[in-house]
Design a protein around this ligand. Structure first.
Ligand SMILES: Cc1ncc(COP(=O)(O)O)c(C=O)c1O
Length: 345
């Protein structure tokens, strides 16, 4: 596709917002089987007022990005892992699993049909892809829905944090818990998120970009941020990341840990990280996820004080910078992808 066929959008100034695109993919599950799915134009969903998605949050979602490579190819990043995570979530919420073939078909068709909305190479923006699975149909009691809709919507987006690009953010430890150790924090249930809206607002009132959650059992160990996992480069020159049964297994974090170990030769560790005990050993901190990519965390608020890291909490450290560059270059096709992580649409 050449540039003239793209939508007339100010790609460089996009926020992380919904823009209505031309097509969405939809498939239905009823009587024990999935339909083959189709592209539609109507962005409004029609569903029964008794739908369990509305009453009991029997609903889950995924998030990934499509990017334009320099040669014009449109690339997805590790979409099979999103599918696997949605299937894990579905099992936990007693929803039918979307077969991998249908998931990938839905994602690819939605991106392809909206290719005029995929931001051009080098614009700094990307096409956010949001698959969702909801329980629909007539119901009142607390039981699984009689039918389900799998939908894939897409929207061109800019940076998640308003400051944009690779700029330093801050986090504030929340007085509220996100997820319980044996709850649903390790799956992508929509119900995990509305409680965080208030926690985020409280964090923002303190001047932070987002809330940081500690483990809810002891409130000692780092869990994750509102929509991103945490990675830390410490004084032992190791890249460490919290191990917790309550955090979302971030695809970005798993990829960054692999790159740190295989491309940068760093020792990596996935283990419980006790915030107050270890904070003095933190050299660089990062928040990572599809939306945030890798945002260096300059400072964290807890115990009534800011605790800052690299460059007085104002500069991007070299480890986060290198990790960010490596990931971004693979995702946009600038660096050879020896692991088969990118998938052409
Ligand atoms: C709570 C939470 N943690 C972490 C992530 C990052 O996960 P991923 O890298 O797979 O996007 C997300 C976003 O999906 C999230 O919502």
């Amino acid at each position: 596709m050449n540039a003239q066929e793209k939508k007339p959008i100010d790609w460089k100034n996009l926020g992380f917002d919904y823009t209505k695109t031309d097509f969405r993919f939809t498939a239905r599950y009823s009587n024990g089987a999935w339909s083959k799915g189709e592209l539609i134009t109507d962005e409004v969903m029609h569903m029964h007022e008794g739908s369990p998605a509305l009453h009991y949050a029997q609903q889950c979602f995924e998030g990934m990005k499509a990017q334009t490579a320099e040669d014009g190819r449109i690339l997805l990043f590790r979409p099979k892992l999103n599918c696997e995570r949605m299937r894990n979530t579905s099992r936990r919420l007693s929803m039918p699993e979307v077969p991998e073939e249908l998931f990938l078909k839905g994602v690819k068709e939605a991106v392809r049909a909206n290719s005029a909305w995929v931001p051009p190479f080098g614009s700094g923006a990307s096409l956010y892809v949001r698959p969702l699975l909801i329980g629909i149909g007539e119901n009142m009691g607390l039981r699984p829905a009689p039918e389900y809709e799998f939908r894939v919507i897409v929207s061109p987006v800019g940076p998640y944090y308003k400051s944009g690009g690779l700029s330093v953010i801050s986090l504030a430890v929340s007085d509220f818990d996100r997820a319980a150790p044996h709850g649903t924090g390790d799956v992508k249930a929509g119900a995990n998120y509305p409680g965080g809206l208030y926690a985020t607002r409280k964090a923002q009132e303190l001047g932070a970009n987002e809330a940081l959650y500690l483990d809810s059992a002891e409130r000692r160990y780092i869990d994750e941020a509102g929509s991103a996992n945490i990675i830390i480069f410490n004084k032992e020159k190791k890249l460490i990341t919290p191990k917790s049964s309550a955090i979302l297994p971030s695809i970005t974090r798993r990829s960054l840990m692999t790159l740190a170990s295989e491309e940068m030769g760093l020792e990596t560790e996935d283990r419980p990280i006790e915030l107050r005990k270890e904070v003095k050993s933190f050299v660089e901190v990062g928040a990572c996820g599809t939306a945030a990519v890798l945002s260096p965390v300059g400072k964290i608020w807890f115990d009534e004080a800011w605790h800052s890291f690299y460059g007085n909490g104002e500069e991007v450290g070299p480890v986060m910078q290198e990790l960010y560059d490596l990931l971004r270059e693979i995702q946009s096709g600038e660096k050879a992808d020896s692991r088969g992580w990118t998938v052409e649409v």
